[in-house]
Design a protein around this ligand. Structure first.
Ligand SMILES: C[S@@+](CC[C@H](N)C(=O)[O-])C[C@H]1O[C@@H](n2cnc3c(N)ncnc32)[C@H](O)[C@@H]1O
Length: 466
């Protein structure tokens, strides 16, 4: 196939189509191809005004062409010990008329593949090694433009002293051998063998690949570059000022098509249709110190914790909000305690942020944002509880008089059924008010839910931010 070395729109489109065919499969349905194309184009769009020339992708599997093309990168460094598909990428590219050149460095367990795509020379360095033991500096990089991490299964566990000791004795068989009693006994008596701590844990020697914002991941990326963790949207989101503090901007992308992921679990066709396709990508606008990133880690953990407690509360698990059904806890004191705890934890984080030199205005903005978000969530829940009580009373009355049937009653309360993505069984969902279905269905918890909803609707919260 004759390929043009120009970058006019027609060539770009045909190259996208070609990559989509290679990633999705040539003969798959249009919907799948569209999704793959949207994923790629959305990453191009989100990263076009930043640095995207070099990418580091630990535990890449064979997901190389999609990522290289999506970022329009010049050089992708892909590290994964699995050699079974070596040469596959070149074959695929050649099958569509793209000439490739491969240099094999057997001793280094490395393949250097070069080819031309979209009018540019591209290079993939494929290293068949454990990503946890690879140092980017060995490639002549202090940092790369993009750190792309997607399902690093296998590389997502720490390497401990125990692993290194067993590996030195048994090589690749070490995991199986570690399960043998004889081996455990020998370890216990060998004075040179590492010893676990009181909780049975061995010292970490090399940390795992972490699919999140950490100081280690941040230093790998140049200012102006990007991080991607799983190409998925975060479950709850982060306070916007916190992102500003850590020097990041979040951009939206279309999540990767799950059937193009190398895994043993694939969702079914009908599940794909209802999937939320929003994914996030972080743009590193400013370089901040590891101390600031540590504050960020604490603060994002705190936000996740609060959001998770609200999430569970709305599902009818009130203990997450400190409500103990045995002790007849009152919602006002439980929420006040929760708010006080949050205020104290935020104060500690704020103090640390100031100590490590974060701009005071930003710190104060962050504090206000977190505490206001908590209050607003409580007031919103309270408003919803009041609405729910009114609706529940009306529906119960009409149902008793036979004016409506069960189906209509559930509809009026916004209660629906959806097929569970994973188990295939029907789940009850609250489309209008949290706790509506728990007031109607939840057996043992039903009375408690009624009580909590009533208490919440009538509560008078007076939050103090001190
Ligand atoms: C679930 S697959 C994901 C592959 C690829 N990221 C994708 O999204 O298609 C997990 C990959 O991790 C690789 N892996 C396992 N242990 C690893 C390690 N220690 N270092 C690097 N990669 C590893 C496996 O070989 C496999 O390719």
């Amino acid at each position: 196939m004759e390929r043009e070395n120009t970058s006019n729109k027609e060539t770009v489109l045909s190259d996208l189509q070609l990559v989509v065919d290679l990633v999705a499969g040539k003969d798959v349905d249009v919907e799948k191809k569209d999704w793959v194309a949207q994923n790629i184009s959305s990453i191009r769009e989100a990263t076009k005004n930043g640095r995207h020339s070099t990418i580091y992708y630990p535990a890449s599997g064979e997901d190389m062409l999609r990522v290289l093309y999506a970022y329009d990168a010049d050089h992708l460094i892909a590290v994964d010990p699995d050699e079974q598909w070596a040469g596959n990428l070149e074959e695929k590219l050649q099958s569509v008329g793209i000439q490739t050149k491969t240099e094999i460095f057997a001793e280094e367990r490395k393949r250097e593949i070069t080819f031309e795509l979209d009018g540019k020379e591209r290079r993939i360095t494929r290293l068949y090694r454990d990503a946890r033991q690879v140092d980017l500096k060995a490639f002549g990089f202090e940092a790369v433009d993009v750190l792309h991490i997607y399902a690093p299964t296998g590389a997502d566990v720490d390497i401990t002293e125990e692993e290194l000791y067993l590996q030195s004795k048994y090589g690749d068989e070490w995991i199986m051998m570690s399960l043998e009693q004889k081996v455990r006994d020998e370890m216990a008596t060998d004075p040179l063998a590492p010893k676990p701590d009181e909780e049975g844990r061995y010292k970490i020697v090399i940390p795992k690949v972490r699919e999140e914002i950490t100081a280690e991941n941040c230093v790998m990326v140049s200012e102006g570059g990007f991080f991607v963790f799983g190409e998925r949207g975060s479950m709850f989101g982060l306070p916007p000022t916190l992102l500003k503090i850590v020097g990041l901007e979040m951009k939206q992308i279309v999540e990767r098509h799950p059937q193009t992921v190398q895994t043993s679990f694939y969702p079914k066709e009908e599940e794909l249709k209802s999937m939320d396709r929003r994914g996030d990508i972080y743009h590193k606008i400013k370089t901040v110190s590891p101390d600031v990133i540590k504050c960020f880690e604490d603060a994002s953990g705190l936000s996740f914790g609060i959001n998770y407690r609200f999430f569970e509360f709305k599902r009818g698990d009130f203990q997450y909000m400190g409500i103990d059904p045995e002790n007849n806890t009152d919602i006002v004191s439980a929420v006040n305690d929760e708010h006080q705890q949050l205020t104290d934890q935020v104060a500690q984080i704020v103090q640390k942020m100031k100590e490590v030199g974060v701009n005071v205005d930003l710190v104060n903005e962050y504090r206000t944002e977190v505490l206001e978000a908590f209050k607003n969530e409580i007031f919103h829940l309270q408003y919803q509880a009041s609405e729910l009580l009114v609706a529940y009373k009306e529906v119960s009355g009409k149902r008793k008089l036979g004016e409506i049937d069960d189906k209509r009653a559930l509809k009026m309360l916004g209660i629906g059924l959806v097929k569970n993505k994973w188990s295939g069984v029907m789940d009850v969902v609250n489309n209008k008010w949290p706790l509506a279905s728990q007031m109607v269905f939840s057996g043992e918890n039903k009375d408690l839910t009624h009580k909590i909803v009533k208490q919440l609707a009538g509560a008078r919260f007076e939050f103090s931010d001190k």
